[in-house]
Design a protein around this ligand. Structure first.
Ligand code: PRX
Length: 650
């Protein structure tokens, strides 16, 4: 194993289990008998998931070994599954979306109204010349027009690319170029953390950075859309009004047709495209929303993730709407700034299910239990967490002070690549273990292996690997060649497995079979739930004048994950504060301000091995205010002490 691979050390396993409340178990969507029985026959069990959807043409098989494809021969339309069928079932008046804007506005859409809006938007897309398989970019904040546009794209079979609005214009243009997209939906601006942020200039920048003409549709959030500024600009409101009352026949899509691309961070420095399909992905999204999040049509369900990330795609939009529930969309949720607001929202809307991130929970915990205690949270039935490991103390706090010890907490492990949950507890079936995600879902095979690909002993850390195809797997993994390629290139050696997807996470399994996920072993870091490739940030920094080299690492300070950039200057005569300013600006421009390191630390050199490799482990230890470990591999061990004393002097 290379010296600088991140830790495989075992975290302290939780030593207690917590039973789900009887009242929950009695009403759970999935019980022990119903779920285990149906998966006994292996992959066929996934049919239960596909049965949650309406198909135009039934699939020929659940999984086809030869093509490595799910539900081959099946056809369906995602927007029809999320809207029309609920209306046809007489639930047109039921609430589909409830939106709370940061400026205090609210808007509610029934399934009827949402379908009307999606139809008008789909007709608008067509009027702009968008055809099946054209790629549409959605650079939009948490406003109802975003799920509307996603569903409109799905209706006409145009894959969408949602780009998180925290990304800079340059990052947006890069994604449009990579995906070959020439249609952009955006907003004049949005609110974040109480600040009004304009997006107009960013859309303008795209026009010059994308080498083909871009048609832009602008949603009016600030009241500043004046029917557009350029020949290819459209005001969303007038466009949709023009097509009000339109009815667009949902396009029949094959199970394995593309539903969307989503870009995430890998280790190469380039955005990593992940493609999710129509049938497998939607079945996985609906099934896990049903089985893990226990969503029912009459629920009010709140997932605080931004739709720009995979969690928002799967568990704000597609999964819950496929089940016909009421989705709460809160513009300010993804970076909670008010101490009472989350609890006031739960009380006011009678939220049944609250799904959020460990970072948010740690923030709530710091603010204090008196805030949730001041509100009636008795409507809650289930709590969930996603995106990072949750420490047992934060888990307990959430369970006690938000759930009143009366709601199961599901700790859901998954990734952009997996499309939906893969490892968690089933809330009506399993006891929970604070700090441990749980078990591979029925139908999912996961192994924790050592570098040689052998299964490790319980309690020992190793590489988390998925050893069978799963329903929501991305198109990138749909050929056997790809599976093998991945297994061969990277540690661990997975060549013994017929199928193996290496997750790049380390984990351990305890004596009871619970999987505890430790964290990434590649150069991807998670800070505040955001996923960053250290390479992408380092290359932005390395372009700054006066910088010779940079290494970006994460660490833990005061219980929170933080990101540090260690920068070695090329020219000692430059002023550090100026270089620091330029470093932060470069990150903001190339990626976005959400990727700004918490600390920029200057050092004459980075710690290196004799072969010239940067030893990140030591920087991670410094970033965590820990005593640095073994420095014997370094050719410049004195550098570690130098960095630490410069930090002490600050
Ligand atoms: O390291 C794992 C961590 O988040 C990574 C995936 O990040 P992303 O693709 O942005 O998807 C986030 C939403 C699913 C994983 O490789 N991760 C995610 N959920 C958990 C987790 N780590 C521990 N426990 C979890 N429940």
């Amino acid at each position: 194993m290379p010296d600088d691979r991140r830790t495989l050390e075992t975290r302290e396993p939780a030593d207690e289990t917590v039973e789900p409340p009887e009242s929950f178990v009695e009403q759970a969507n999935v019980s022990e008998e119903s779920v285990l029985e149906c998966f006994e026959e292996g992959r066929q069990g996934w049919e239960r998931a596909a049965e949650l959807l309406d198909w135009r043409d039934g699939y020929d098989a659940v999984f086809d070994e030869d093509s490595n494809a799910w539900l081959p021969g099946g056809s369906l339309n995602v927007s029809e599954n999320c809207l029309d069928r609920h209306v046809d079932d007489g639930r047109g008046d039921a609430r589909a979306l409830v939106w709370e804007g940061q400026a205090g506005e609210t808007r509610t859409y029934s399934y009827d109204e949402l379908l009307r809006e999606v139809n008008a938007t789909a007709a608008s897309l067509r009027s702009l010349g968008v055809e099946e398989n054209d790629i549409v970019t959605l650079y939009m904040p948490m406003v109802p027009e975003l799920p509307v546009a996603m569903l409109a794209c799905a209706r006409i079979g145009a894959p969408h690319v949602v780009v998180f609005t925290g990304y800079s214009a340059e990052a947006l243009a890069e994604r449009m170029r990579e995906s070959g997209s020439s249609v952009l939906f955006t907003c004049d601006g949005y609110y974040r953390g109480g600040d009004a942020i304009s997006l107009r200039n960013r859309a303008e920048t795209v026009r010059v950075s994308v080498p083909w003409e871009v048609t832009t549709v602008i949603v009016d959030r600030f009241g500043s859309v004046d029917a557009g500024t350029g020949a290819s600009d459209y005001a969303y409101d007038s466009l949709v009004e023009e097509h009000a009352g339109a009815s667009v026949e949902p396009v029949e899509r094959d199970s394995n047709d593309e539903l969307f691309y989503i870009y995430t961070s890998g280790t190469t420095g380039e955005p990593k495209r992940v493609t999710h399909t129509t049938g497998g992905y939607l079945s996985h999204a609906a099934w896990t929303s049903h089985a893990v999040l226990d969503i029912k049509p009459d629920d009010t369900y709140w997932c605080s993730a931004d739709i720009g990330w995979i969690t928002g795609h799967t568990y704000v939009v597609y999964g819950p709407l496929a089940l016909g529930t009421t989705v709460l969309l809160d513009e300010g949720a993804s970076d909670f700034t008010s101490r009472s607001k989350p609890w006031k929202t739960i009380e006011e809307y009678g939220v049944d299910i609250f799904y959020t991130s460990p970072s948010a929970i740690r923030k709530f915990m710091k603010w204090g239990e008196e805030y949730p205690a001041a509100h009636d949270l008795s409507s809650l039935r289930l709590l969930g967490t996603v995106g990072e490991p949750i420490n047992p103390r934060a888990w307990r706090w959430f369970y006690e002070h938000v759930g009143d010890e009366d709601c199961p907490v599901v700790d859901t492990w998954w990734q952009t690549e997996t499309g939906g949950h893969l490892i968690t507890t089933l809330p009506g079936v399993h006891d929970m273990k604070p700090g441990a995600a749980g078990f591979p879902l029925p139908g999912v095979d996961a192994e924790v292996v050592d570098a040689e690909g052998g299964r490790v002993e319980p309690g020992t850390g190793g590489y988390l690997t998925i050893t069978k195809p799963w329903l929501g797997m991305p198109r990138e993994l749909s050929t056997r060649e790809r599976w093998a390629e991945h297994g061969d290139d990277e540690p661990p050696d997975l060549s013994e497995f017929e199928h193996a997807y290496f997750t790049e996470d380390s984990a351990f399994v305890d004596e009871d079979g619970y999987v505890t996920v430790i964290g990434r072993v590649d150069d991807v870091i998670k800070v505040s739930g955001h996923r960053f490739g250290t390479m992408e940030i380092e290359s932005a920094i390395a372009d700054v004048e006066g910088v010779a080299e940079a290494a970006v690492v994460d660490g833990r300070r005061d219980g929170q994950r933080v990101m540090d950039a260690y920068v070695s200057p090329s020219d000692g005569s430059l002023r550090e504060d100026e270089v620091r300013g330029a470093v932060l600006k470069a990150v903001e421009e190339k990626i976005g301000s959400f990727a700004r390191p918490d600390r920029v630390v200057f050092t004459s050199e980075l710690p290196k091995t004799t072969s010239g490799k940067t030893v990140r482990r030591l920087l991670t230890e410094i970033a965590s205010d820990e005593e640095p470990g073994d420095t014997s591999v370094l050719r410049n061990p004195e550098i570690v002490g130098e960095i630490r004393s410069s930090l002490r002097d600050e």
